[in-house]
Design a binder for this molecule. Structure first.
Ligand code: URP
Ligand code: ZN
Ligand code: ZN
Length: 468
């Protein structure tokens, strides 16, 4: 019997991390990276990476899966389909949200989500907890205890009537998070302004999907971003401003940073390549693009690109939140066809996030390979307490590797994405550069667009506290 030095060798590729680009082999033992070097000795499994880029697996830290979404509305992905699609798109870790519905404890919410997820995942996962009911028990007991158990991030909403917190509740939650050492993600839109505008639009008979965008203007996002940053300053705690869509909200982040606040900023593909005009398509097709904040205009796209390039944004996430289009439990529900108010918010995107940034950012020369890795993997791992186990290629790190063919040309088509939605907002987009192999903790999981592993290999990750 032949003795091998490594379980697996990835040989001859160009390694790209957030810091460096160089040619070397990677030796893997027991699911972790054991050696990096030239001409490493033999592995039981040899993977030829000649001509390919070898990057840390993508980490998508903003994903909604199996989230309760209101009367009769069903999210299109469960943990099996959501993580399958993520893997095909080059991701090895995703971070879905665990929603606390009003009246239940965080532990009850977590237990229900674990029941849905455990044993069903194709990628590793870890939950952010959405706090919608910040009772004294939640703030004083559950948050500190859960932080100790590795649930080190929470999200709060300033919009959506059933989820939003008032300012005093946000302050109390930020204060509790500071004491427990949890990082808080904030969805910044002014709910009162939006509800007022929705009422106005409906009174004027403007009920088509396009008016989702006109009732959620930039000013409503900018104001809420400013308020969230001010509340965080008052409590003196770092926060993450998620899914930023435009320059004015970006300026709020930059100004807060200039005052000395620690902030992380996130944007998403929809703010780079879609606009509000997409919501104006005929035959209710605009509903396919309804998400919050809504996609804006060309100038906002340009601003978001600049923010990715210059460091206003640390994170590029998908905000994957899929609903089927042609489905009474999805975008085309009965009430949604009467008014945009009832169209479920969210679009699919976990499989297309990486190729879109790689292709569009690379083509324009705005996002170099190292910045690409930082924005799509390393910064997520650092911010959410997974580094250096995840998010880099280093000895001792999990062997989560995505091998890219930088010249491969593909056209995005829904059939290839294997998510639960019946459409992609990016149908027909021409892409150069695509992930061709993925290893999850050393195990070959995807090859040439096909899954080559069984579901359930993906495991739940307990996390450290944020580096912010
Ligand atoms: O429209 C969106 N973004 N839906 C997902 C929920 C959220 O606000 O992140
Ligand atoms: Zn949100
Ligand atoms: Zn979201």
């Amino acid at each position: 019997m032949k003795d091998f030095t490594f379980d697996t060798i990835v040989r001859g590729g160009t390694i790209v991390t957030a810091a460096d680009t160089y040619k070397a082999d990677i030796g893997i033992n027991g699911g972790v990276i054991a050696a990096i070097g030239a001409d490493l000795p033999s592995g039981e499994t040899e993977i030829d990476a000649t001509g390919l880029l070898v990057m840390p697996g993508g980490i998508d830290s903003h994903v909604h899966i199996s989230q309760p979404s209101g009367d009769g509305i069903v999210m299109a992905d469960d943990f099996e389909s959501g993580t399958r699609s993520a893997l095909l798109g080059g991701n090895t870790t995703v971070m879905p949200f665990c929603l606390q519905e009003k009246g239940i404890s965080l532990r009850q919410a977590l237990s229900a989500y674990h029941d849905l997820a455990d044993g069903h995942c194709y990628t590793d996962i870890s939950f952010h907890i959405i706090v919608s009911d910040p009772t004294p028990q939640v703030l004083g007991q559950e948050m500190p205890a859960l932080a100790e158990e590795g649930y080190t991030s929470i999200k709060v909403f300033m919009t959506y009537e059933e989820l939003r917190l008032r300012d005093d509740e946000i302050l109390a939650t930020l204060d509790a998070a500071k004491r427990s050492g949890q990082i808080v993600l904030v969805h910044c839109e002014n709910e009162d302004a939006i509800r007022y505008l929705i009422g106005r639009r409906e009174a004027d008979g403007d009920t088509a999907p396009y008016h989702h965008a006109t009732s959620r203007p930039i000013a409503a996002e900018r104001e809420a971003t400013h308020r969230a940053l001010s509340l965080a300053e008052i409590v003196d705690v770092p926060i993450v401003i998620v899914h930023v869509s435009n320059r004015q909200a970006m300026e709020e982040i930059s100004r807060a940073r200039a005052r000395g606040q620690k902030i992380a900023g996130e944007t998403c593909p929809q703010y780079l390549v879609l606009t509000a005009d997409d919501l104006d398509l005929d035959d209710f097709e605009g509903a396919k693009y309804v998400c919050s904040p809504p996609p804006r205009d060309r100038q906002s796209q340009e601003a978001c690109w600049t923010g990715l390039e210059t460091g206003v944004f640390d994170l590029f996430s998908s905000d994957h939140c899929p609903f089927r289009f042609d489905d009474p439990a999805g975008k085309m529900n009965e009430k949604g066809q009467q008014s945009f108010r009832w169209i479920p918010n969210g679009i699919p995107g976990v499989a297309t996030r990486l190729p879109i940034l790689f292709s569009q950012g690379g083509k324009s020369g705005r996002i170099d390979l190292n910045r690409f890795v930082a924005l799509t993997s390393t910064n997520h791992a650092k911010l959410y307490g997974m580094y250096p186990q995840k998010g880099t290629i280093a000895i001792g790190s999990d062997a989560d590797l995505t091998l890219w063919d930088p010249e491969l040309k593909r056209t995005i088509t829904n059939d290839d994405l294997k998510h639960g939605a019946d459409y992609t907002p990016y149908e027909g987009m021409e892409i150069t550069g695509w992930p061709v192999r993925v290893l999850l903790r050393g195990k070959l999981a995807m090859e040439k667009g096909e899954l080559v592993m069984d579901k359930g290999y993906g495991k739940y990750l307990s996390r450290n506290r944020s580096q912010l």
